[in-house]
Ligand binder design. Structure first.
Ligand code: FES
Length: 116
């Protein structure tokens, strides 16, 4: 049973009543509770991945969960590369998943470019 669905009366931590928050993720409303990270809301909703790697298109979500790996990044309220495992959800947050193509590599030996 996910912790957000546990009856507070039987929870051994004896939590107080939780306030709810609603965020949108790629235009879809998603509910959570005050104090959850955005990644926590997504995980509680059963979503394990929300971006793909640039090279191999592999799914990524939470890996470290402590703000080190940057696997969980997304755009929040227009700010890119936000680590969702570190960002506490606020009511009304707008989250957009990110996918960045690999940068185009320019062969400077062929083009004659270089340090200028
Ligand atoms: S999961 Fe590693 S920084 Fe968020």
């Amino acid at each position: 049973m996910p912790s957000h669905a546990m009856d507070p009366g039987v929870d051994p931590a004896h939590p107080t009543a939780a306030e709810s928050v609603t965020i949108t993720v790629d235009g879809v409303a998603q509910g959570g509770i005050d104090g959850q990270t955005i990644a926590g809301i997504l995980l509680a909703a059963g979503r394990g991945a929300w971006r793909r790697t640039s090279g191999a298109e592999r799914p990524r979500g939470v890996f470290c969960g402590i703000g080190v790996c940057f696997d969980c990044i997304a755009t929040v309220n227009g700010v890119r590369d936000v680590r969702l495992c570190q960002r506490r959800a606020a009511d009304g947050d707008v989250v957009e998943t990110q996918h960045d193509a690999l940068p185009v590599r320019v062969d400077t030996a062929r083009t004659g470019g270089g340090d200028a």
